[in-house]
Design a binder for this molecule. Structure first.
Ligand SMILES: *Cc1c(COP(=O)(O)O)cnc(C)c1O
Length: 360
């Protein structure tokens, strides 16, 4: 068995101890005589898996009691629609557009009301985060929306926007559980899990209880209603049992290594290794304003498309997978999520240093 260093933006690398445990339990989960993927979502055994997953997530993120945790299929993309549908009161939604994912979310929200783009970094290809301390927030805005870590462009909000009293909704897909966050600062935090937590096909939605609307228009499809998922404790229909099981394992793993404070420390240390190299390198350079660099997604370029492609090919041959940048940005991108070991980043930097020397 040869595992590569996988720098994929998602689905992405997972902690090996978790994969080992899953392998161990694959045919017979804790004496049940069956795999988790074969058991009823209404069974006692699965009930325990679901409850423990939620509790461990609550412990990790310090989620206050007045927030619900929902496990919903459809990925983060379905939330682009569920959010405006469920939070709609005045039908006005304020979006801060800092990259591909917030742009997509804003486009989707237009189907359900009036969308204001209250700030954007589009003018410089989303390479920075605009000043969000005094934005023209609409008096009627039902919420203010951000994508807190833009996966494609590699930026992260360092301070949350001033929403002038409106609730803040944050897509944390590519930074979920990468550092402690203060849940009470948000109305809704959500994320698809396949970036930094588990397998694809599941979104986790953390929503303040009073924002769950039970009086939605009857035309809203049942599955798209937060109140239905909340009332049924994420078991309105068959959930993504497998993904919930794996995420639960990752939560326990994160607790075992010291929680999100520890994880943030490790992530900072890892990212610094790569950014320090990029800052010193004469061949490679980062594409993002240093003050808002993501600790998770690191885009960089050589300045020549040909050379970028050559680096991607040579890194791949050397066991570093998925370093090709997103097609909208080009160049390279190293996603160094929680589960990427420090050794992986160090090995990549060594390789890039060698490449630079040989191609000077
Ligand atoms: C990947 C990603 C999405 C889309 O996730 P899906 O689960 O594929 O729908 C949305 N937002 C961000 C920030 C992402 O990184």
């Amino acid at each position: 068995m040869a595992r590569v260093y996988n720098f994929s933006a998602g689905p992405a690398t997972m902690p090996v101890p978790v994969l080992e445990e899953i392998k161990e339990e694959l045919l017979d989960y804790k004496g049940s005589g069956m795999s988790v993927m074969e058991m009823s979502h209404r069974s006692k055994v699965f009930q325990t898996i679901l409850e423990e997953a939620e509790q461990d997530l609550r412990d990790l993120m310090n989620i206050p009691d007045n927030y619900k945790v929902l496990f919903i299929q459809g990925g983060a993309t379905l939330q682009f629609a569920m959010l405006p549908i469920n939070l709609k009161k005045n039908g006005v939604f304020d979006y801060i557009v800092t990259g591909q994912w917030s742009k997509k979310a804003a486009e989707e929200a237009k189907k359900f009301g009036k969308v204001n783009i209250v700030a954007t970094s589009k003018d410089k290809n989303f390479s920075y985060i605009p000043d969000c301390s005094d934005l023209p927030i609409d008096d009627d805005a039902d919420y203010v929306y951000i994508c807190e870590n833009e996966t494609v462009h590699g930026t992260t909000f360092q301070t949350l926007p001033n929403t002038k009293g409106k609730i803040l909704v944050s897509d944390q897909s590519s930074m979920f559980l990468s550092k402690p966050v203060n849940v009470s600062d948000y109305g809704v935090i959500y994320g698809g899990v396949q970036k930094n937590v588990g397998p694809a096909g599941l979104a986790i939605v953390i929503i303040r209880e009073d924002l769950i609307n039970e009086n939605l228009d009857e035309s809203v499809p049942t599955y798209l209603r937060y109140d239905i998922h909340a009332k049924n404790d994420s078991l309105y229909n068959t959930p993504n049992c497998w993904a919930i099981y794996v995420c639960g394992k990752v939560f326990k793993y994160l607790k075992s290594i010291g929680g999100l404070e520890k994880m943030a420390e490790i992530n900072k240390e890892k990212a610094k290794i790569l950014y320090d190299f990029l800052d010193e390198s004469k061949l490679f350079k980062g594409t993002v304003d240093p003050s808002v660099r993501s600790l998770m997604n690191v885009p960089f370029i050589t300045g020549s498309d040909e050379k970028d492609a050559d680096v991607v090919a040579k890194t791949k041959a050397a066991g570093f997978e998925n370093l090709k940048g997103h097609k909208s940005v080009g160049g390279l991108r190293a996603s160094i999520y929680n589960a990427m070991p420090k050794e992986g980043v160090e090995a990549l930097v060594e390789f890039l240093k060698k490449y630079e020397k040989e191609n000077a």
